[in-house]
Write a protein that binds this ligand. Sequence first.
Ligand code: MN
Length: 164
Amino acid sequence: MNLKAYRKKRNFKKTKEPSGSNNKISERKARFVVQKHFARNLHYDFRLEYRGVLLSWAIPKGPPKTKGMKRLAIHVEDHPIEYAQFEGTIPEGEYGAGKVEIWDKGSYEIRQTSNLKNSPITMSASFRKGHISLSLFGRKLKGNYEFIRLKGAERKKLWILMKS
Ligand code: MN
């Protein structure tokens, strides 16, 4: 998990998006943020703070609103921690050109699923497994959510986000 792919796509002389510092691992409660991104195709960027970067997914239709609802979530490159505060307009001709606004933010926890009570579940283990169980404490997003990687879609980075 690093920022190489993120930096490669952007010209930081032209966009006000953060280039990212080489952060130490944060001891604070982990944050999440959802940014509404008015790019060529409107989508919502869902980001989870983890080990000094933001794990990121682009959700074309936005996060699910009701229990059982599933939304396609495309895993994209890690973003710098500072991106959690970013709002503004990425200039025409630059990667992801268009307005970015914070749609929701808060903290999150990895949820310990009942059948595995004896061994604490970590983000890296969940990510490898392709199933991340989360509790979100945001203003709009509250409660339990699951990121599930679609079978056989590892290379296409296709996941779904479901409200559970
Ligand atoms: Mn985006």
